[in-house]
Write a protein that binds this ligand. Structure first.
Ligand code: TRP
Length: 365
């Protein structure tokens, strides 16, 4: 047997671009989408760890629907393998996966145009992980901010090897279908940079004459970040989020308990009064208005008038989403059918990609 395979050194991984550059590039991409949406294939996804909430709706779901309506082809991944890195209770997965699909459809993702799939069900996608792992070094993975945070949280030695593979697995999620556009928050640029590095190195090593994988680009989200109703990060399990499936009464109760302050005058000042500003922002997003206009509408009404306005705005915005959700969630057979069809479409594409990858890697015997 030959000596140890040297670390991939074809190209040094460039640092992720600055957020400013990435934003500028995103503006160019938006213009290109407007000119010719058929050039783009988007992959996005979420791990199925619980109900999607208003943070998802305004942070990413609305944007996906916007892209879909513009005519961009959409792949929406239910990232169920990632829940085993999170160590979520596995018994809940079928229910959480179905719930997430219902949330997608409620938000307006159209299963006739979008491919909604779960990556555990797409064998050939996962098989890309092995060659991809060979294209990055352990040190490169260790520099990934999410991996770094996990390693720190686990006290170093407790980190699973799967956690280490996670950014490389995401590259397989994106590249299996040759997606060339990935909508991300600004904090996720390093992830995408690793995917781009993998695509580039694969091309250099196995397809030098005709690049096989695209180097996908980031479409940076412009949505302002919503905090949870307690002023902390909004989380699926933190109990501080209005979910798409919350009832109007639950929504009212959550908003009633939201943190505010004692000042009568309501204004939009995220630095000095983050909790009040967050409620103002939530209402503004629901009403499609500027936060300043919402603040002015409440004026000297204090926290109680603000909360009344926010409750009405949220319930009004979510009414059609909830109606659609109730409709699809009542038909589990339909939800399962949506996933089955999406999985089948993803499997066919992944099988083609793997066959071509095998050709390029000289592993067809
Ligand atoms: N990590 C994403 C989440 O936390 C889900 C995800 C998995 C994903 N693979 C991806 C997103 C590839 C974009 C691209 O929800």
């Amino acid at each position: 047997m030959s000596s140890l395979v040297p670390p991939p050194a074809e190209t040094a991984a460039p640092a992720a671009p600055s957020l400013r550059d990435a934003r500028r590039r995103s503006d160019d991409l938006e213009a290109a989408i407007a000119r010719d949406p058929s050039r783009f294939r988007v992959l996005t996804g979420d791990r199925p760890t619980g109900p999607l909430h208003v943070g998802h709706l305004f942070g990413t779901l609305e944007n996906r629907v916007r892209l879909q309506e513009r005519g961009v082809e959409l792949f929406v991944l239910v990232a169920d393998y990632q829940t085993i890195t999170d160590r979520t209770a596995a018994e809940r997965l079928p229910e959480d996966v179905e719930g997430q699909i219902a949330d997608y459809l409620a938000a307006g993702i159209d299963p006739a145009r979008a491919t909604i799939f779960a990556h555990t069900q797409v064998e050939a996608l996962n098989q890309l992980l092995l060659p991809f792992l060979s294209l990055v070094s352990v040190a490169e993975v260790a520099r990934n901010p999410t991996v770094k945070a996990e390693v720190a949280a686990a006290g170093g030695s407790g980190t699973s090897a799967l956690m280490f593979a996670y950014p490389v697995h995401q590259a397989a999620d994106i590249l299996f279908c040759h997606a060339n556009l990935v909508p991300v928050g600004g904090d996720q640029l390093p992830h995408l940079e690793l995917t781009r590095t993998i695509a580039r190195r694969f091309n250099e090593r196995y397809a030098p004459d005709r690049p096989y994988f695209p180097e996908p680009e980031a479409l940076i989200s412009r949505a302002p970040l919503l905090l949870g109703l307690d002023g902390r990060k909004m989380g699926k399990s933190a109990g501080n989020a209005i979910t798409l499936r919350s009832t109007p009464d639950e929504t009212a109760a959550l908003i009633r308990r939201a943190r505010t302050d004692a000042e009568r005058r309501i204004e939009y000042d995220p630095v000095r009064r983050p909790e009040v500003a967050n409620l103002v922002l939530l209402a503004a997003l629901c009403r499609g208005e500027a936060p300043e206009a919402v603040a002015a509408a409440v004026g000297d009404g204090g926290a109680s008038a603000l909360k009344a306005l926010v409750t009405e705005a949220v319930n009004e915005r979510l009414a059609p989403v909830r109606a659609r959700r109730a409709e699809v969630a009542a038909d589990r057979g339909f939800l399962r059918g949506v996933l089955r069809e999406g999985n089948e479409r993803a499997r066919a594409i992944a099988a083609d990609t793997l066959a071509e990858v095998r050709e390029l890697m000289h592993t067809v015997y």
